[in-house]
Design a protein around this ligand. Sequence first.
Ligand SMILES: [Zn+2]
Length: 156
Amino acid sequence: MSKILETFKNKSVELLITSIVAILGVFLAIIIDNIVAPFVKYVLPEIPLKTLFALIGILLVLQILSIIVIILQKNKLAEKVDLNDYNFDKKLGVYIHKITKLHFCTSCIANNIISPLKERQDGWVCARKYCEQYYINPTIRNQNILVKINPLIAIG
Ligand SMILES: [Zn+2]
Protein backbone atom coordinates (compact mmCIF):
# COMPACT_ATOMS: atom_id res chain seq x y z
CA MET A 1 0.00 0.00 0.00
CA SER A 2 2.76 2.43 0.97
CA LYS A 3 4.60 1.61 -2.27
CA ILE A 4 1.54 2.70 -4.26
CA LEU A 5 1.35 5.93 -2.23
CA GLU A 6 5.07 6.57 -2.80
CA THR A 7 4.67 6.04 -6.56
CA PHE A 8 1.59 8.32 -6.61
CA LYS A 9 3.51 11.02 -4.73
CA ASN A 10 6.50 10.84 -7.14
CA LYS A 11 4.23 10.86 -10.20
CA SER A 12 2.19 13.82 -8.91
CA VAL A 13 5.38 15.85 -8.31
CA GLU A 14 6.55 15.03 -11.87
CA LEU A 15 3.12 16.00 -13.22
CA LEU A 16 3.15 19.28 -11.28
CA ILE A 17 6.64 20.23 -12.57
CA THR A 18 5.69 19.28 -16.15
CA SER A 19 2.49 21.35 -15.90
CA ILE A 20 4.37 24.43 -14.61
CA VAL A 21 6.98 24.13 -17.41
CA ALA A 22 4.20 23.74 -20.01
CA ILE A 23 2.31 26.80 -18.71
CA LEU A 24 5.50 28.89 -18.72
CA GLY A 25 6.20 27.69 -22.28
CA VAL A 26 2.74 28.75 -23.44
CA PHE A 27 3.17 32.21 -21.85
CA LEU A 28 6.62 32.57 -23.47
CA ALA A 29 5.18 31.56 -26.87
CA ILE A 30 2.36 34.12 -26.52
CA ILE A 31 4.83 36.89 -25.57
CA ILE A 32 7.17 36.04 -28.47
CA ASP A 33 4.23 35.80 -30.88
CA ASN A 34 2.95 39.23 -29.78
CA ILE A 35 6.37 40.84 -30.30
CA VAL A 36 7.85 38.97 -33.27
CA ALA A 37 4.74 38.46 -35.41
CA PRO A 38 3.83 42.18 -35.75
CA PHE A 39 7.49 43.00 -36.48
CA VAL A 40 7.71 40.38 -39.24
CA LYS A 41 4.29 41.33 -40.65
CA TYR A 42 4.46 45.16 -40.59
CA VAL A 43 7.98 46.49 -39.89
CA LEU A 44 10.22 44.09 -41.81
CA PRO A 45 8.58 44.63 -45.26
CA GLU A 46 8.99 48.42 -44.83
CA ILE A 47 12.78 48.19 -44.39
CA PRO A 48 14.58 48.38 -47.77
CA LEU A 49 16.60 45.30 -48.69
CA LYS A 50 19.85 47.33 -48.97
CA THR A 51 19.41 48.63 -45.42
CA LEU A 52 18.78 45.09 -44.13
CA PHE A 53 21.92 43.79 -45.82
CA ALA A 54 23.91 46.77 -44.50
CA LEU A 55 22.67 46.03 -40.95
CA ILE A 56 23.54 42.36 -41.32
CA GLY A 57 26.99 43.34 -42.65
CA ILE A 58 27.60 45.68 -39.69
CA LEU A 59 26.55 42.94 -37.25
CA LEU A 60 28.84 40.47 -38.99
CA VAL A 61 31.82 42.88 -38.79
CA LEU A 62 31.10 43.55 -35.10
CA GLN A 63 30.91 39.80 -34.45
CA ILE A 64 34.26 39.20 -36.19
CA LEU A 65 35.86 42.10 -34.27
CA SER A 66 34.62 40.76 -30.93
CA ILE A 67 36.01 37.31 -31.75
CA ILE A 68 39.40 38.89 -32.61
CA VAL A 69 39.37 40.85 -29.31
CA ILE A 70 38.57 37.66 -27.34
CA ILE A 71 41.40 35.76 -29.07
CA LEU A 72 43.87 38.61 -28.39
CA GLN A 73 42.85 38.76 -24.71
CA LYS A 74 43.36 35.00 -24.36
CA ASN A 75 46.84 35.26 -25.89
CA LYS A 76 47.64 38.16 -23.58
CA LEU A 77 46.58 36.12 -20.54
CA ALA A 78 48.60 33.15 -21.74
CA GLU A 79 51.84 35.20 -21.81
CA LYS A 80 54.22 34.01 -19.14
CA VAL A 81 55.91 36.30 -16.65
CA ASP A 82 59.58 36.67 -17.66
CA LEU A 83 61.45 35.77 -14.47
CA ASN A 84 64.72 37.04 -16.03
CA ASP A 85 63.48 40.58 -15.22
CA TYR A 86 63.35 39.77 -11.48
CA ASN A 87 65.65 38.61 -8.70
CA PHE A 88 64.26 36.32 -6.04
CA ASP A 89 65.14 37.51 -2.55
CA LYS A 90 65.51 34.36 -0.42
CA LYS A 91 65.37 36.23 2.92
CA LEU A 92 62.21 38.19 2.09
CA GLY A 93 60.58 35.51 -0.08
CA VAL A 94 59.62 38.08 -2.74
CA TYR A 95 60.66 38.91 -6.29
CA ILE A 96 62.45 42.24 -6.83
CA HIS A 97 62.47 43.85 -10.27
CA LYS A 98 66.05 44.22 -11.54
CA ILE A 99 65.62 47.79 -12.86
CA THR A 100 62.86 49.40 -10.75
CA LYS A 101 63.79 47.53 -7.51
CA LEU A 102 60.07 47.23 -6.73
CA HIS A 103 58.92 44.19 -4.74
CA PHE A 104 56.46 41.71 -6.30
CA CYS A 105 54.25 38.98 -4.87
CA THR A 106 55.78 35.49 -5.22
CA SER A 107 52.39 33.83 -4.86
CA CYS A 108 50.95 35.86 -7.75
CA ILE A 109 54.00 35.40 -10.01
CA ALA A 110 53.59 31.63 -9.49
CA ASN A 111 50.10 32.11 -10.97
CA ASN A 112 51.52 34.18 -13.88
CA ILE A 113 50.29 37.50 -12.45
CA ILE A 114 52.57 40.48 -11.80
CA SER A 115 51.37 42.15 -8.62
CA PRO A 116 53.39 44.83 -6.80
CA LEU A 117 53.66 44.72 -3.02
CA LYS A 118 52.51 47.57 -0.79
CA GLU A 119 55.01 48.52 1.87
CA ARG A 120 53.85 48.33 5.47
CA GLN A 121 55.43 49.10 8.80
CA ASP A 122 56.74 45.55 9.33
CA GLY A 123 56.72 44.10 5.82
CA TRP A 124 54.83 44.02 2.54
CA VAL A 125 51.36 42.99 1.46
CA CYS A 126 50.19 41.97 -2.02
CA ALA A 127 48.10 44.72 -3.64
CA ARG A 128 45.97 42.27 -5.60
CA LYS A 129 42.48 41.59 -4.29
CA TYR A 130 41.83 37.95 -3.34
CA CYS A 131 45.56 37.35 -2.79
CA GLU A 132 46.65 39.87 -0.14
CA GLN A 133 49.64 37.64 0.74
CA TYR A 134 51.65 39.10 3.62
CA TYR A 135 55.47 39.13 3.68
CA ILE A 136 57.22 39.94 6.96
CA ASN A 137 60.36 42.08 6.78
CA PRO A 138 62.88 40.01 8.82
CA THR A 139 65.13 42.99 9.56
CA ILE A 140 62.26 44.89 11.23
CA ARG A 141 61.29 41.75 13.19
CA ASN A 142 64.89 41.40 14.45
CA GLN A 143 64.91 45.07 15.53
CA ASN A 144 61.69 44.51 17.49
CA ILE A 145 63.21 41.48 19.22
CA LEU A 146 66.30 43.57 20.14
CA VAL A 147 64.06 46.34 21.51
CA LYS A 148 62.21 43.79 23.67
CA ILE A 149 65.51 42.45 25.02
CA ASN A 150 67.09 45.85 25.63
CA PRO A 151 64.75 48.89 25.39
CA LEU A 152 67.75 51.27 25.50
CA ILE A 153 68.62 50.27 21.87
CA ALA A 154 65.43 51.93 20.68
CA ILE A 155 66.40 55.20 22.38
CA GLY A 156 69.99 55.16 21.12
ZN1 LIG B 1 49.69 38.25 -4.56
